[in-house]
Design a protein around this ligand. Structure first.
Ligand SMILES: [Zn+2]
Ligand SMILES: [Zn+2]
Length: 165
């Protein structure tokens, strides 16, 4: 929460450092298993009725790898830069009512946009064996992964019989 009167009383420059917990981010993003509270390293400044809040958001999270389904830790750092005003006539600022703005929805949106949508535990993740399902990063199996689905194989054999030489 940023109160414009508190900002004015502070001489129009105010550091906003703290933590916000937004569990909904993990709830709404299936690839995010867990999200720590988000650390805010922001500074609010006011100029010509517009309050600008900029800085950085940081958090740590656990993603589920989109290839092997293992979970792994990752750090997220993303810039934050939003402007607010309660006076009309400022096109590039969010217009808010009253003397305060709740920053959490903007923080949530910024973090959502910074998430990875197809996270990989590592660039070279080997994924799961499509035959037996074992995690090929940790295990080896003797499956023939080139094997065709038997139903398709039967169909292909049928069709190939009809082909002219
Ligand atoms: Zn993986
Ligand atoms: Zn296998």
């Amino acid at each position: 929460m940023l109160d414009f009167r508190v900002l004015a009383a502070a001489g129009d420059v105010l550091a906003l450092r703290g933590e916000v917990d937004i569990p909904r981010i993990a709830d709404e993003n299936a690839q995010v298993e867990q999200l720590s509270p988000i650390e805010t390293r922001l500074v609010a400044t006011k100029e010509h009725e517009v309050c600008r809040v900029e800085g950085e958001l940081r958090t740590s999270l656990r993603y589920q790898c989109s290839r092997c389904l293992d979970s792994y830790e990752s750090l997220l750092e993303t810039p934050f830069d939003e402007s607010f005003t309660n006076a009309p006539g400022h096109e590039d600022a969010h217009v808010v009512e009253g003397n305060a703005v709740e920053l959490d929805p903007y923080i949530e949106e910024t973090v959502n946009l910074a998430l990875e949508y197809r996270p990989l535990c590592r660039e070279s993740c080997q994924g799961l064996c499509p035959v037996c399902g074992c995690n090929l990063n940790h295990e080896t199996c003797n499956c023939d992964r080139q094997a065709r689905d038997p139903r398709w194989a039967a169909l292909e054999d049928l069709l190939s019989d009809d082909k002219p030489e």
